[in-house]
Structure formats: structure tokens, C-alpha cells
Design a protein around this ligand. Structure first.
Ligand code: ARG
Length: 673
């Protein structure tokens, strides 16, 4: 062992001693349960004072050691008191980042790579930076073996309350083993303070989602946008952001010309008496037919659009009537799925479209193109230009999105805007973002902007999702079928014999809407997905049904522990450490500890399937734990003879974390199912 390594070893052992003394101090200063034993208490207090003295000496020793060692003095300060759940990956990135920079001060931006270990033999996490650093050094003409790099990194690694030990393996991989004490504290904090989000800078975020088109069918594509968008909002709200949920409904397109013209003909009295156009689909079809076949009608339709957009009162009234019918239909879907959203359709931007056209014209950014006015993004001639003004002088979808992005960033002062639509609109948004940057509206150094795309919904035959007769599926019908199928499922399990009618109804809705949402969210949104009630209602595998059952079962464990437990749970939480001795206990704790990592990851890529994978991982690991660790022991008569408080607390913490995940996913667990 070199003298440097020996010195490192000594430092580490002092750091370890500091931590153990700190925990002794914690214990002795509590003196809990000893209120009535004066003698014991005095002894403990004395011990406490001695320990504090010892700590002082140790701290002095370590700071002297550091002063004398220039290499180790670059270490970041030890954060010795992390007692809540933190993102382990972020913590390790910071820890290893500092060690790597201290080890290789001449490298600019050295790679810091942290991944969870795939094999428990190699610890819980790994730092895989040694190989790429060796490569960088080699390119600079310096030959160092990756293993030596790994060793060097570990010698510069500051102590961390999250890390029990590290090991250098193979060609320089640094294996990290998590510290059990951290797990115990972090899970305990979940029970004491609730599930808290990882710390983030708070932003004002506008999420544009759902956004169906008035008078047209709200189709499964809009359902996907609704489910994914709502879940993204729930996640951002959990993180503490200021979230504005906007429904950018298509309420200003040319379809209104023909609808208004048709309304004038069919119900000339419409300004005085509300016309019976409950079936807007049929009404839309009728007017479309006339529009396609009758030239005179077509002309009138166009003039109606112009009249509407210039604010003519009768046209506005007709437009409002039509919008109201659609709005009521959409609201039925939102109510059933428990979606909160504020309508701010394209029409809201009419005057802002006029303004943005002026702005872009004055900045010389619009070009003539066969009678249209187009705008290129940052790279002229690359990608697809926006059509800002049509050859007939009208505005387009592009114009409204340019006005909307300006409004959201400049007027609404959003730091971050998220658009949730099918992947087919990716090019549209690419052009919008590029043009907004060119026009100085979007500043990538200040604003974050995301187009959250998703694949198409397919039927079980792998073709576009349609009814048997080939029509588009009405969302209301789809939700009704979900309800029917979920009731069938509950009856198949004979739950109707156990639950009261009210409980059965709650369970039915929870399963029906839960399974539709979960099936959507659990697939990588970038891929197309096959809509299958049979699959989503399965009670095995990663489905809402399986998870809802699992959750209800976990929640019932504490309830079944008897009064001694339930009545004293607060006290028990304060007094009982979370158990981590049994291999399956520790395994479950470690899975739960991943929660902040998962949330952090989703806040970056906005892919909710990671959360679904996580809840499934939690549920299956919980089953392993529950199968091998007794929580409640009963005698042959079925009476409770022993409650393992710590393990039941672990069940409660599991339920708390699962519950938070369900909330983000928009699932509503019920107490009986
Ligand atoms: N109404 C559009 C559609 O049905 C979606 C709107 C999305 N939002 C936006 N700002 N363009 O395709």
C-alpha cells in the first residue's frame, strides 16, 4: 500500500467513526422511553456529552488531515445528514463528478456516468467513467489503465451518507453499495412527512393537451393526448410547478363557414331560439355534403368565415351555439376521466394573429410564395416553412400557433411550454419552434419547449382503430364499453357478492377508467399501441387491474393489525426503525428508494411508462417480501399473536409511494375491490 493509500484509509476510517458517533449522539440525546428512569437518563446524558467531545476531536483531526493533504483537500464537504429520499443518481453524479474532477483536474468536462447495477453482485449502482476517461487520456497521448483510473476516483471520493462502500471491479468500474441507514431514514421520513417530491427549480409551465376540434369527432388520438397530458400535468403539479392546463380546441377553422351557412338555412330563427343540433356529427356531415356538391353554398360558406372572423354579431352567435354543443360533449368525457382543463381555443388568438403577422412583416421575415406568405425557420430552405397567410388572405393553423407561442412566452410569462399531440404533428412543431427562435420569441437559454408526440392507436387487428362497421369509435361508447367490461370482470371474480352496490360501482369505475389510462401510459408513448380491453383487464402482468388489487391488499395489512397498531400508528412510526435485515426487506426498500430517480427522469423525457415500470417493480418486489417475511402472525384460531411493527410500516410506506404514483397516473384506487 502506498503512503497515499494508507492516508486515504485512515481518513475513511475517521469519517466512518464520525458517522457512527453522530448516530450514537442522536440515540442518546433522544433518551426516549426513559422518562421514568432518572438513573438511566443521567447515564445516557453523560455518555452523550462524552460522545460530543469525541466528535469534536474527530472533526478537528479530519480537518487537519485534509489541510495537510493538498489532493484530498479538493473533496467536497461531506453532507452527513440526508434523512429524506433524494435522487440517488443525482447524488452520485455530484459525488463522483467531484471525485473525477479532483482526480483529473486537467480534463475539461470529464464524463461522469452513473447507472443502476444490473447484477446485485456488482452493488446497487455503478460509476462507469473509467473507460471513457482512459480513452480521452489516450487521445491526449497519456496511457493510463482504466483500473488505475477507477482506483484514483475512489480515493478521491468523499464520504456520503448514501454509500456504504465502493469497490473497483474489472476494467475500472466502481461498484457502489447503498448504505442501509440511509434507506431506513429515507423510508421513515416518507411515513413521517409524506411522499415529498425531489427538489426542483419551480417553473411556470403551460401544458397544451387534449385539444379536440369543435363539431368534429373527439377521437382516440385526442383521448391519448388527454390521458398523457393530464398525467404530465399531475407530475408537474406534484413537483410544485405552476401549471396551466390549456385546451387548444380547434374553434376557428374554415369548417365554421359551412356550419354557419347551413345553420342559417336550416334554422333561420337561430338567433332567437336555440336550434336542436344535439347530434353535431350529423349536422357536420350534412353541411360538408352541401359544401362539396353545391358551388353557391361553398361561396357563401367562405363569406361566412370572413364575416365571423371580422366579428359580425349574428355569425358570432351561430358560432357560439355550435361551440356550446361540442363543449358539452367534450365535458362529459373530461368529467368521467376526472380531467381538469381550461378551454382556450384558436379563436382566442384572432387579434393576436393580426399582431403577429404585423410583427413578422416588420421584421422582414415573411416571403411571397405563389400568393401565400410563408416563413422559414432558423435555417432558410431547410425543413418545412410555415404558411402564415393563405393566398385568400386567411390565417392558418400555423398562424394561430405562432400567435399562441408568443402569447404563452411573452404575455403568460411561461418558462416552459409542453404540446401533447400525435407524432404526426412533429414537423409542424419543429417549424413553429424554429420560427419562434428566429423571430426572437423563443429563447432556448431561458425557455424550455417540448413537443410530446405519441404513436397512433391501433385495433386488435393491428389496423387503425375503428368500429366493426369501419366508423371512427366514439369516445363515449368506448368508455361505456370499458364500464361494462370492468363490471363483467368484477362479477367473474364474484366481487358483486362481497361488495355493497355503492362499493361495486366505485370499483367498476376505478377499474374501467384506470385500465384505459394505464394501458395508454404504460406503453412508450413514441410507439403505436394496440387498444385491447381483454389485455388491459387482465389481472396479471403490468395492468391497472393487477396494481389496483395489489394496492388495496397492501393497504389492508395495517388495517388488519388490530387496534393496538392502528390506534398508535403515529407513535409506532416515531419509534420503530424500518427493517432492512432480511434480504427481501432491504430489496424492497431499495426499490422504493428509486422513486425520486424515476420522477427526475420523467421530468426530463416526459415518458410516463417509466413510472408504470416502477410501480410494477414495486408491486412484484413487495410480493416477494410479503411471501417471505411475516408481518402478522396468527394462531390456528386466526387470532393475532404478533404484529411485526417494522414490517407493517414498510407495507405502509410502500402503499404511500404507490398511492402517489397512482395519483400521477390518474388512477383512483378504492378501499375495497
Ligand atoms: N386541434 C388540433 C388537432 O386536433 C390539436 C391542437 C394542438 N395544439 C396546438 N397548439 N396546435 O390536431
Amino acid at each position: 500500500m502506498t503512503s497515499l493509500e494508507a492516508e486515504e484509509k485512515r481518513l475513511k476510517s475517521i469519517e466512518r467513526e464520525i458517522r457512527s458517533v453522530q448516530s450514537e449522539i442522536e440515540k442518546t440525546s433522544r433518551g426516549e422511553g426513559l422518562e421514568d428512569c432518572d438513573e438511566e437518563l443521567t447515564k445516557l446524558q453523560l455518555e452523550n456529552t462524552k460522545l460530543k467531545h469525541r466528535l469534536e476531536i474527530l472533526n478537528k483531526a479530519i480537518s487537519n488531515e485534509r489541510k495537510n493533504s493538498p489532493r484530498t483537500s479538493q473533496k467536497p464537504p461531506v453532507q452527513s445528514n440526508i434523512t429524506e429520499m433524494v435522487s440517488i443518481t443525482d447524488h452520485l453524479l455530484e459525488l463522483f463528478g467531484a471525485a473525477i474532477r479532483a482526480s483529473f483536474p486537467n480534463l475539461t468536462d470529464p464524463p461522469v456516468i452513473i447507472t443502476p447495477s444490473t447484477n446485485a453482485k456488482f452493488g446497487d449502482y455503478q460509476c462507469n467513467s473509467a473507460l471513457p476517461i482512459a480513452q480521452v487520456l489516450k487521445n491526449q497521448g497519456e496511457k493510463v489503465s482504466p483500473r488505475d483510473i477507477g482506483v484514483k476516483i475512489t480515493t478521491n471520493l468523499a464520504a456520503s451518507p448514501l454509500v456504504e462502500k465502493t469497490e473497483v471491479a474489472g476494467p475500472g468500474f466502481v461498484n457502489v453499495f447503498l448504505e442501509k441507514k440511509y434507506g431506513v431514514n429515507a423510508i421513515s421520513s416518507v411515513l413521517k412527512n409524506g411522499v415529498k417530491p425531489p427538489k426542483f427549480k419551480k417553473s411556470r409551465v403551460i401544458v397544451d393537451f387534449s385539444s379536440p376540434n369543435i363539431a368534429k369527432e373527439m377521437h382516440v388520438g385526442h383521448l391519448r393526448s388527454t390521458i398523457i397530458g393530464d398525467s404530465i400535468c399531475r407530475l408537474l403539479e406534484f413537483l410544485g410547478h405552476d401549471v396551466v392546463r390549456l385546451n387548444h380546441v380547434g374553434d376557428w377553422g374554415t369548417q365554421f363557414g359551412m356550419l354557419i351557412a347551413h345553420l342559417e338555412d336550416r334554422f333561420p330563427n337561430f338567433t332567437k331560439e336555440s336550434p336542436p343540433i344535439g347530434d353535431l356529427q350529423a349536422f357536420y356531415k350534412e353541411s360538408k355534403k352541401r359544401f362539396d356538391e353545391d358551388e353557391v353554398f361553398k361561396k357563401r360558406a367562405y363569406s361566412c368565415v370572413v364575416k365571423l372572423q371580422s366579428g359580425d354579431p349574428d355569425s358570432t352567435k351561430a358560432w357560439q351555439l355550435i361551440c356550446d354543443v361540442s363543449r358539452k360533449e367534450f365535458q362529459k368525457i373530461y368529467d368521467r376521466l376526472d380531467i381538469k382543463i381550461t378551454e382556450r381555443g384558436e379563436s382566442f388568438y384572432q387579434s393576436r394573429m393580426v399582431d403577429i403577422v404585423k410583427e413578422l412583416t416588420s421584421k422582414n421575415m415573411l416571403e411571397e410564395d405563389e400568393g401565400r406568405k410563408i416563413m422559414w425557420g432558423e435555417q432558410h430552405g431547410q425543413g418545412i416553412p410555415l404558411t402564415i397567410i393563405k393566398s385568400d388572405g386567411g390565417f392558418t393553423y400555423d398562424t394561430s400557433d405562432m400567435a399562441a407561442i408568443k402569447n404563452r412566452l411573452a404575455e403568460e410569462k411561461a418558462d416552459w411550454v409542453v404540446y401533447v399531440t400525435d407524432a404526426g404533428q412533429a414537423t409542424h412543431f419543429k417549424s413553429i419552434f424554429s420560427c419562434a427562435k428566429r423571430a426572437g420569441i423563443l429563447d432556448p437559454t431561458k425557455h424550455r419547449i417540448d413537443h410530446v408526440g405519441f404513436g397512433v392507436v391501433l385495433g386488435e387487428d393491428g389496423k387503425k382503430f375503428k368500429t366493426r362497421s369501419g366508423d371512427t369509435v366514439k369516445l363515449v361508447d368506448l368508455l361505456d364499453e370499458g364500464l361494462k367490461r370492468s363490471l363483467d370482470k368484477l362479477k367473474e371474480k364474484e366481487r358483486d357478492k362481497v361488495l355493497t352496490p355503492d362499493e361495486l360501482k366505485k370499483a367498476q369505475e376505478s377499474v374501467a377508467y384506470g385500465c384505459i389510462k394505464y394501458a395508454d401510459l404504460s406503453h412508450n408513448r413514441n410507439n403505436e399501441y394496440i387498444f385491447s380491453f381483454d389485455k388491459m383487464l387482465e389481472d396479471r402482468g403490468n395492468t391497472a387491474v393487477y396494481l389496483l388489487y395489489a394496492y388495496t391488499r397492501i393497504k389492508s395489512i395495517a388495517r388488519n393489525c388490530g387496534k393496538d397498531f392502528t390506534a398508535n400508528i403515529k407513535k409506532i412510526i416515531q419509534e420503530t426503525p424500518i427493517p432492512v435485515e432480511h434480504e427481501k426487506e432491504w430489496k424492497l426498500v431499495k426499490v422504493l428508494l428509486k422513486f425520486p430517480d424515476v420522477i427526475t427522469k420523467i421530468s426530463k423525457d416526459l415518458c410516463l411508462h417509466h413510472l408504470c415500470e416502477f410501480v410494477y417493480d414495486v408491486s412484484t418486489t413487495f410480493t416477494e417480501f410479503y411471501d417471505s417475511c411475516y408481518c402478522i402472525e396468527k394462531n390456528p384460531q386466526g387470532e393475532i399473536i404478533k404484529v411485526n411493527n417494522g414490517r407493517v410500516l414498510l407495507c405502509e410506506a410502500t402503499a404511500a409511494i404507490l398511492g402517489e404514483c397512482f395519483d400521477i397516473l390518474g388512477l383512483k384506487p378504492v378501499s375495497k375491490i
